[in-house]
Design a protein around this ligand. Structure first.
Ligand code: HEM
Length: 411
């Protein structure tokens, strides 16, 4: 991937809708570097501050040493047990946590001072109104894109959770689900807690993965999940979805766009990314995505296996469509290059159907066209079934527990 030509980066970026206003060529970085999100981030960041350290060299000083100590001293199983019942943002901290760990949560389990509750409430409402498209784009777009982000694919595959993708996918959906809930950021919501648990899990992974001989053999870095990596993942989620909603001509008023961005800004802050690197506008986010995400996309053995697991997972429930249709939908949402990388078998009849009928489906669904496409019910069942895949957890009233791993995938 390091030899990626400017032309190829551009065409891939255009296909994914992630070129924005940037010149991707200027962002191609040296082999092994995550790419500097700093230049783009500093110009249009939440804090508007001058660029400090390149986020490729920022991990989480506040959490990483704490988790080394928790892991080394055998506290993690007790923490996992104690925090299982700690779910809502206003739940008191559970008893049974080591003092120093509880003190950490007390300090970080809160919204940043710049969080705007009005925007967060609007974002939650937007997420509810648009949930079917969001689940579909996060699940089949971002989820599959994550498998061609090599650092993410390799770390997910070789961490403990990689051995059970179904469970891991459920936990990742928890993040999206909690973020999408009405009142996610309110005291009775769950998102702040979910984000903090995730931050702690990431810190544990930073200590554990470097001890995995498998990960070390394939990794191009010594410590995983830098702030730059988290920004890359944000672009594969938030920025990608933002662009697709616009490309699909789904009504997306400016206030919704701003609110959606704000909810992601708060999410990235809660995951420990310094404010000065968090994009302040969608234009800045798209520019950063073109620099740090598009050029690094490439297949890996681990990513191909993860994609198969993920698509197999969705195939387990009846989406009302064939696996060929699913493959073609992924190709449509991402692009054929990614589809080829992942070996997604072609189904040309489905490809033609998706490419012509999906835009008509959206127009009709959004009330922008009076003509109901003949295939309306195929797509309708598809989007409903995908939404249920995400929402089932919600309707059962339980939260998939996020647990801190104590080891890596064995092999
Ligand atoms: C764990 C979300 C960025 C690698 C998790 C979990 C969530 C999550 C919800 C907990 C679920 C679980 O235990 O499996 C996110 C979000 C991100 C992000 C929302 C950015 C916006 C990254 C990046 C990497 C990464 C950049 C690697 C490059 C991992 C790994 C685990 C994990 C290895 C642990 C899996 C295990 O339990 O073994 N993440 N993540 N994440 N994440 Fe992330």
């Amino acid at each position: 991937m390091e030899n990626l030509s400017r032309r190829r980066a551009l065409s891939l970026g255009v296909a994914l809708g992630l070129v924005g206003v940037a010149n991707p060529a200027g962002a191609l970085t040296s082999a092994g570097s995550a790419g500097s999100a700093g230049s783009a981030g500093s110009a249009g960041s939440v804090a508007g501050a001058a660029a400090g350290t390149d986020p490729a060299w920022i991990w989480d000083d506040a959490t990483d040493p704490l988790m080394v100590s928790m892991l080394e001293n055998g506290h993690v199983p007790a923490i996992n047990t104690a925090w299982a019942s700690w779910v809502n943002n206003n739940d008191p901290l559970p008893s049974g946590l080591p003092d120093v760990f509880a003190a950490h949560l007390r300090q970080f389990n809160r919204l940043p001072s710049w969080a705007d509750r009005t925007k967060l409430a609007r974002a939650a409402d937007f997420n509810r109104r648009r949930d079917t498209y969001l689940f579909m784009l996060y699940g089949l777009g971002s989820g599959i894109m994550s498998t061609v982000i090599p650092r993410e694919a390799k770390s997910v595959y070789w961490s403990a959770g990689g051995a059970d993708m179904q469970d891991r996918a459920a936990k990742t959906f928890t993040f999206g689900y909690d973020l999408s809930q009405l009142g996610a950021f309110e005291p009775t919501g769950q998102f702040v807690v979910t984000a903090n648990k995730t931050r702690v899990v990431h810190a544990a992974v930073r200590h554990l993965l470097p001890q995995s001989p498998h990960w070390k053999a394939v990794a191009d870095e010594t410590v995983p999940i830098s702030a730059a990596d988290i920004l890359v993942t944000f672009h594969s989620l938030g920025t990608f979805v933002y662009r697709k909603l616009l490309d699909w001509k789904i009504p997306f008023p400016a206030a919704d766009q701003e609110a959606f961005l704000h909810s992601w800004q708060v999410a990235i802050h809660l995951l420990g990314v310094p404010d000065e690197h968090i994009p302040q506008t969608w234009a800045a986010a798209e520019k950063q995505a073109a620099q740090v995400l598009t050029p690094i996309l490439t297949p890996s053995t681990e990513g191909i296996a993860l994609a198969e697991d993920l698509l197999g997972l969705t195939a387990q429930i009846d989406l009302g469509v064939t696996r060929g249709f699913l493959n073609e939908f992924v190709r449509y949402v991402l692009n054929d290059e990614v589809g080829d990388w992942l070996g997604l078998k072609r189904d040309y009849a489905s490809a033609a159907l998706v490419r012509t009928a999906w835009p008509a489906f959206i127009l009709f669904r959004e009330g922008l066209s009076p003509v109901m496409p003949g295939t309306f019910y195929v797509f309708d069942q598809f989007v409903r079934a995908l939404a249920m895949l995400f929402l089932n957890k919600g309707s059962s009233g339980t939260t998939t527990p996020i647990t801190i791993p104590t080891g890596n995938r064995a092999g």
